[in-house]
Design a binder for this molecule. Structure first.
Ligand SMILES: [Zn+2]
Length: 299
């Protein structure tokens, strides 16, 4: 097993919300996820602690292009790194205007504090693996598992029995339980359930969640994630069908999730705050409503 290091990016000066990972290889550090550009100083500091500078990172693997996972990829590309990303995500990194425009519409004047800058990545530095493709770097094999459901362009990266699950493996803050992050626009429950099954079949012995950290018993974790995903989708359906505006649903959903956490014995306000940072309730309301809209339109 290659050494794997978890880097806490201290998103919004909060511990255990967003992670990146370093996998040591004979050709130096491989970075899995970059976090947003706003946490660059923390990322740089964490690399430094491992004895690396950002320019030592020659290979970056992204699970998907959401800003909390990939927002700093361009800064590594600028220093010469190759960025490995799903082919559907790659054009958005080469031409980030659309991605930034829709993010700015959502976050408005919070945009810079939350996510920071984003610049285009040269297409020659983007590598887009096929499903199942194995990338060998310095004696370590990284296998790309296409795992849609959270995002159509999601990849879980397998290294032996370790799998970096991005968001398809859910959010579990230490001291908490697993929850599915459901932002718009791609949420697809059926695909997500298939992806969960796929990660199980890959024989994972340990998952690494971007939000946040290692999971040593993947099967019960993934089973709980699948159950919660269905539960949330079914909870949302009548609100969508009755045409209730999302902003009215959000406080109800927030309360529902808080009750779920409380019923699991999770009351620590810090842990609850990390959940809200990594997986805001309003985003899941928008994402799940959009899922139902598309699904019911398909018939
Ligand atoms: Zn995320």
């Amino acid at each position: 097993m290659p050494p794997i290091h978890l880097l806490d990016l201290s998103f919004q000066e909060t511990a255990e919300a967003i992670a990146a990972f370093v996998v040591e290889t004979d050709e130096g550090p491989v970075l899995v996820e970059t976090g947003p550009h706003s946490t660059w100083p923390h990322l740089e500091g964490a690399l430094h602690k491992l004895g690396y500078r950002p320019e030592d990172v020659r290979q970056v693997l992204l699970t998907h292009i959401h800003l909390d996972h990939a927002g700093a990829a361009w800064a590594f590309a600028k220093k010469g790194a190759v960025i490995h990303v799903h082919p559907v995500g790659a054009p958005h990194l080469a031409h980030p205007d659309k991605l930034l425009h829709s993010a700015r519409r959502i976050y408005q004047d919070q945009m810079d504090t939350l996510w920071g800058q984003m610049e285009p990545i040269a297409e020659s530095q983007l590598h887009t693996p096929a499903d199942g493709e194995e990338i060998e770097i310095g004696g370590v094999v990284f296998r790309a598992l296409y795992t849609p459901g959270h995002a159509t362009h999601h990849i879980a990266w397998q290294v032996g029995a370790d799998v970096f699950t991005g968001d398809v493996g859910g959010v579990r803050i230490p001291g908490g339980v697993v929850m599915p992050p459901c932002p718009p626009p791609d949420i697809h429950i059926e695909h997500w359930l298939e992806s969960i099954a796929r990660i199980k079949q890959a024989g994972a012995e340990r998952l690494w969640l971007t939000h946040f950290g290692p999971v040593d018993e993947p099967v019960p974790h993934l089973d709980a994630l699948a159950a919660r995903l269905l539960d949330w989708a079914n909870w949302m359906r009548p609100w969508f069908e009755s045409g209730t505006p999302p902003e009215e649903v959000t406080p109800r959903f927030q309360q529902y999730v808080q009750e779920q956490l409380r019923s699991e014995g999770i009351t620590d306000p810090q842990v609850l705050q990390r959940y809200e940072l990594a997986n805001p309730a309003w985003m899941s309301v928008w994402g799940l409503m959009r899922y139902w809209k598309k699904k019911l339109a398909r018939g």
